[in-house]
Design a protein around this ligand. Sequence first.
Ligand SMILES: *Cc1c(COP(=O)(O)O)cnc(C)c1O
Length: 433
Amino acid sequence: MTYYSLNKQAPDVSFQEAVVRGLAPDKGLYFPREIHPLPQSFFDNIENLDNPTIAYEAIKQFVGDEIPEQDLKQIVKEVMSFDFPVEKVENNISALELYHGPTMAFKDVGARFMARCLGYFNRDNVEKQVTVLVATSGDTGGAVASGFLGVDGVDVVILYPSGKVSDIQEKQLTTLGQNIVALEVDGVFDDCQAMVKTAFLDADYKNKRTLTSANSINIARWLPQMFYFFFAYKALKASEKKLVFSVPSGNYGNICAGMMAQKLGLPVHHFVTGTNANNTVPEYLKTGSYDVKPSVATISNAMDVGAPSNFIRIQELHDNNIDTLRKNLSGYSYTDDETTEAAHALYNNHNYTADPHGAIGYLALKAYLKDNTELHGVFLETAHPIKFLPVMPKTIADNIPMPAQIEAILHKEKQSIKISSYEELKRFLLQDD
Ligand SMILES: *Cc1c(COP(=O)(O)O)cnc(C)c1O
């Protein structure tokens, strides 16, 4: 499989090179040259396949022969070591819970897959040490820290906005040690993201460090997220209803992976995106003009993204045509008050505890489905509500049991390095060479 840059000013690369580079030299995102639908027999038989088998079948064409079958199967099996339950919430609405992994947000799967791919490519230690540089608005940092912990040949440097991630999120990315370092940035997420982008374009690291990204711009972080949509289809296939997926979105990696699953032949009737006040994409769908804005802080902080990096991939998947896109995607945005109200309603009326991101997914799904009973809607519950305790309604927060993997880190001591400019980041990255 080869990958091309969506800026079209860089040469095609292999899977390995796309993973190691993260971003193409022309700053474009990589995209697969070819996408081959899976055979009908795969979908006919999906209920008899276990999750690692489904995941392997979905990902193998994107890896090609660069990781041998047995190794790729092993990687996928390790990545999939937890559940992805589909919980019924209303008659025609289910929640796909993606938070049963080690850091309790959906990013675990992508981070673990990418870490194992890099580990495989570095198996003989012939490659140079790779530095994974990642900006996080909350959940990416923890997932990447946990996924990459102890992987040989890889250093991880995480940038997060000081005071803008939850306590649990902060603990998850600042307490692991070993090959993981957390840089606490005096600024917002966009500042972190801008520093990371500047670093990737800075020639001064050449021959000193190989920098790569573990944000969803990296194909190894992004593509495995398509597994979820296959798992939900498997769980709901028997109902024989057409499926609508509602994905709470920030950088649009997750929903874009769902659209890739659809390209592989997964029967999806429609996609819905729910956002908070950072509503660039819903506004684009409404008005036709794509206006990137600075990000605004909200209670669903993992979606506080003003300039969604994967949207360009979504456009590519829809022939760069807004009408084609509108037929496949609807978008809605919500205030923090509406989000909290929805969490309340889910809890009181449907006995379901949703985090703020999931609550937005639910609201957007309701807005799209209205009273339609022909369709079955699935909203992605992207994080465990415990990760957002301080912003959850108190009556709900008090009743959320503490999961073991969170309890285990609460008493660990935070270790971070404060920085406030790109120069400080650069000094840090160049120091130990
Ligand atoms: C990252 C994240 C999102 C947004 O996902 P994108 O792929 O960036 O659109 C939504 N919810 C939670 C909990 C997240 O951590």
